[in-house]
Design a protein around this ligand. Structure first.
Ligand code: SAH
Length: 212
């Protein structure tokens, strides 16, 4: 990414509310162009979602930034991302957390994302083909959980895989309709919810994709 494009990219993030310096630094380190191939490659630095294979999308950079900021990742955290897609969000998380597990129901996407992430030498990220609606019980509990696909309601089994004090950020709502980005924090007394903003994400679909 040339310096001028990068400055513009970071300026847009800040002007849309991404102000956390650690998040901005992590996003500065990860070149979105590597994760957007083919037809849309020349639009990688625009603040818009773009199509990736398997009918999925790489999220809009400012939304990635706002979600990452809301997740408030600390350096010792173990993070679960549901919906690897291109791998862009996982690469950003890798600069903020101790350990990142990212799961994707389309094997083709998981393989492509793993290749890019390995190529960048991000050794603390594990990408897996699996059904994220089940979470990752073997690795639970997680300090942070991020969903980049929308369920209709916050899934109870994923909240159960969150450690006490843990935070989950997720879009909720029906696909095709306006959804709400919410932050769920687990306390000793239960779950506290905060609504963040309106968003539009692909739906969380149960099961591994056919032929994957
Ligand atoms: N975080 C991604 C954005 C991906 S879009 C990025 O940075 O590019 C959401 C992804 O969630 C899609 O790739 C979709 O296939 C995946 N997905 C939907 N339901 C899923 C499920 N149950 N388990 C795992 N992945 C799922």
């Amino acid at each position: 990414m040339n310096p001028e494009t990068q400055m513009q990219f970071l300026y847009t993030l800040r002007s849309r509310g991404v102000t956390d310096l650690r998040v901005l630094e992590a996003m500065e380190k990860v070149d979105r162009g590597l994760f957007v191939q083919g037809l849309f490659a020349d639009r990688a630095y625009e603040d818009r979602p773009l199509s990736i294979p398997c009918g999925q999308t790489i999220s809009q950079p400012s939304i990635v930034g706002l979600m990452t900021q809301a997740l408030d990742v600390r350096p010792r955290d173990k993070v679960l991302e549901i919906g690897t897609g291109s791998g862009y969000q996982a690469a950003i998380l890798s600069h903020l957390a101790r350990r990142v597990y990212s799961v994707e129901r389309h094997r083709e996407l998981a393989i492509a994302a793993r290749k890019i992430i390995d190529g960048l030498g991000l050794v603390n990220v594990t990408v897996m083909t699996s059904d994220g609606s089940l979470g990752l019980p073997d690795q639970a509990p997680f300090d942070r959980i991020l969903l980049t696909a929308a369920p209709e309601d916050p899934p109870a089994n994923l909240l159960a895989q969150l450690s006490e004090g843990g935070i989950m950020v997720l879009p909720v709502g029906q696909s095709g309709a306006v959804q709400t980005l919410i932050k769920a924090q687990k306390t000793a007394d239960g779950i506290e919810y905060t609504e963040l903003c309106e968003v539009r994400f692909v739906p969380l679909v149960e099961g591994i994709a056919q032929g994957a």
